[in-house]
Design a protein around this ligand. Structure first.
Ligand code: CTP
Length: 420
């Protein structure tokens, strides 16, 4: 997978001659899969236009704390936003400033927030990475060095400038670090901050298709959206993800994908991979019955087909529950139309699961096909938590929040996280 798939980066650009290099960095971050929101200071726009970043970034560049109407920031998803700096900062996984000028460092160290970039820097709780660039004399000035020391002490990451040719033909220290170094530093911070880093997650998705004959199948209404959302969310949180899916949906590079069709193929793909997984999320809607003797040719209409004999498929989730290695977290789904909690709780026990995601699929805004979902999470420790109506991605994150990654101080701790 591109190293930064789905990670949200706020790219702040301050007013220095090397602002043009931020364009290349923006493009490379987007190529690496990141969602890049650019914020330009007024000075930055004297060197480079916002349009360039709007074209290359993931959304229109922002330039102001206040929109044209004075009520909110410009640009970004949905245009005017009431409080863009807090929204930007809150959802960012990283705030990266290229170039960080002497003025920017001074304001940031002093806690001045008089534009969208400095306000975002103060509002965010995400890691911040700055790449200073300025003339050697300015770089060496005690005020700049003290500001930098203050920022480092507060946990700000710094890619130090290099020695080389500066604007105006001078040579010396202060030249912006090479884009490769800045990207490498950003990648390292983002990879290290994923809470599922190193966790091996196996996800199934979609409804199986059981052949009746060479052209007809018995299937169900599962779209695979929820399972795919879980796989993508896990990957973005640093997990090593394998997705076994019945759908043709595109999957971000880096997630191992196995495309299957029938319940038997699903079992063949999942079972050999199961013991190596720390977490298994069985979001697929696997057929409970399949035609007993599918024809290997198309049954002609004139032949008639008044009934289809079915046989049960093998519920291999039960096997996974029985043979679960210590520490593995097994998550199942329960699609129900009645007695949601009772049925899901019974499945949780019967299948030896750690967590079950109970869906009332009779609701029009939850379950099959739609982009939203409403679920109840039941765990083996007896907790029952009702999730609000939310996007499938949000539910994916809520499910993953309950899967504790292995840590060195908890060698056998892949277990369900119990809410306090
Ligand atoms: N499952 C499975 N193999 C099957 C059927 C289901 O591994 N042959 C898994 C699904 O992926 C899901 C869980 O079991 O995670 C529950 O599936 P569901 O169809 O809701 O439950 P069933 O056990 O089939 O019960 P019922 O059809 O009676 O509701």
């Amino acid at each position: 997978m591109p190293a930064l798939t789905g990670r949200r980066i706020v790219l702040g650009v301050a007013g220095g001659i090397s602002a043009y290099k931020a364009v290349e960095i923006c493009r490379r971050l987007v190529d690496a899969g990141a969602f890049v929101s650019t914020v330009l200071t007024d000075d930055a726009q004297r060197f480079i236009g916002a349009l360039t970043f709007s074209a290359l970034g993931s959304e229109p560049a922002r330039t102001s704390l206040f929109g044209a109407d004075g009520h909110g920031g410009n640009g970004g998803e949905g245009g005017n936003e009431p409080i863009p700096h807090t929204r930007l900062g809150r959802r960012a996984d990283l705030v990266l400033v290229v170039p960080a000028t002497a003025k920017l460092l001074g304001k940031y160290a002093a806690g001045i927030s008089d534009d969208l970039l400095t306000a975002t820097l103060l509002a965010t709780r995400a890691p911040v990475l700055i790449a200073p660039a300025m003339h050697t004399e300015m770089w060496e000035h005690p005020a700049v060095q003290e500001n930098l020391a203050t920022l480092r002490r507060r946990g700000v990451h710094v890619v130090d400038p290099e020695s080389g040719r500066l604007a105006g033909g001078d040579t010396g220290e202060g030249r912006l670090a090479a884009p490769e170094r800045i990207i490498a530093a950003a990648t390292e911070i983002l990879t290290a901050s994923g809470d599922l880093r190193g966790v091996r997650v196996l996800v199934t998705a979609g409804g199986t298709r059981e052949p009746i004959d060479a052209v007809r199948v018995i299937t169900n209404r599962s779209s695979g959206k929820q399972g795919h959302a879980i796989a993508e969310a896990a990957a973005q949180r640093g997990a090593d993800v394998t997705l076994v899916t019945t759908t043709e949906r595109s999957v971000p590079a880096g997630i191992e994908v196995v495309r299957v069709s029938t319940a038997a193929e699903m079992e063949e793909a999942v079972v050999p991979r199961a013991s190596a997984a720390d977490v298994i999320v069985m979001a697929a809607a696997i057929a409970d019955f399949r035609p007993l003797a599918p024809a290997d040719r198309k049954i002609k209409k004139d032949e008639g087909l008044s009934e289809i004999a079915l046989e049960p498929t093998h519920d291999f989730l039960v096997d996974l529950g029985r043979t679960k290695p210590a520490g593995q977290v097994l998550v199942g789904f329960a699609a129900e139309t009645e007695d949601l909690v009772e049925n899901a709780a019974a499945k949780l026990t019967r299948k030896g699961l750690d967590l079950i995601v109970a869906n009332d699929v009779s609701q029009p805004d939850a379950g099959f096909e739609v982009d939203t979902n409403r679920a109840i999470l039941l765990d083996s420790l007896g907790s029952i938590e009702e999730q609000p109506l939310q996007t499938k991605r949000e539910l994916a994150d809520a499910i993953l929040d309950r899967v504790r990654p292995k840590t060195t101080d908890q060698p056998d701790s892949a277990e369900i996280r119990k809410d306090p």
